[in-house]
Design a protein around this ligand. Sequence first.
Ligand code: NCD
Length: 337
Amino acid sequence: MPTTTWNRHHILSLADFTPTEYNAILQTTASFQEVLSRRTKKVPTLQGQVVANLFFEPSTRTRSSFELAAKRLSADTLNFASATSSMTKGETILDTAKTYLAMGCDIMVIRHTCAGVPNAIATEMDRLGERVSVLNAGDGQHEHPSQALLDLFTICSIIDPVNPRLELLKDKKIAIVGDILHSRVARSNIWSLTASGAELHLAAPPTLLPKLFADYVNDSGVSELNGKRKLFIHWRLEDALRDADFVMTLRLQKERMTAHLLPSLREYHQMFGITRAKLDWCKPNVKVLHPGPVNRGVEISSDLMDDPEFSLIQSQVTSGVAVRMALLYLIGSGKAV
Ligand code: NCD
């Protein structure tokens, strides 16, 4: 493993991540990718530690990816799904978390439909003087740090597979297209991708991309990074895609839509769906990302999604395990048993 100093105890948001921290994650992930390419894909790093996956909302890839990452690090894993838990009997979220704490849990990976739940649990653990770390696996419309970090790793390692690092993205043009309003993935990527010096262009119909997103980065109170970030919003897809190096498309999150924000899915696909024809606006070797799950034929055409020349969707899932190993390692290695 590379020698890095890591001081962060919880990972809840990327808003105040430093370039040094991003590079520590990218470097550590590259080392774990090497481990995952071996015949024996397991290391004893977190032996004796307990990682609990507390998912209060459905998930396929994030939950499985965290579970596999913890197992590859030899941690003991506990999986919780709210539908089959004592929450159905009225137990509160904090009492559920304290139950896992009492079993000796070292790291809690938390997903919840409400923004702020991982922060609330982390605050309570700190108040109690407990050493347990909390990792946000997606909270409402707030943030999804591990997804943005795996997106960052996927993009950097396409440019330099041997030494993926933040500086590689300086002056690249990256577009994020789709349901930005409801997306925690976009809200985390806004931090990581602008910290890299890339130009980040958001595109969606106005109902899914309010103007205030233009101020999201610079009015955030993260003063040391103000002014150095390049974030643009567009209501016309072509403006965002022109000469782009990378295009990330996002799912229309119907479960979070409380009003009729689009005339029809057909019209949305025509105007904002990513297809091979629309990629003609981009750089010739453009690559396409999507965090999944995908509505085929809505935010991306089915053939493009499966086209290995353009699509990085499967690599994102593969990188996800190594990135989450890196996160568990970095926050877990200070907790030797
Ligand atoms: C995303 C999520 O849950 O926020 N998916 C994921 O974690 N891979 C995006 C989505 O649900 O559309």
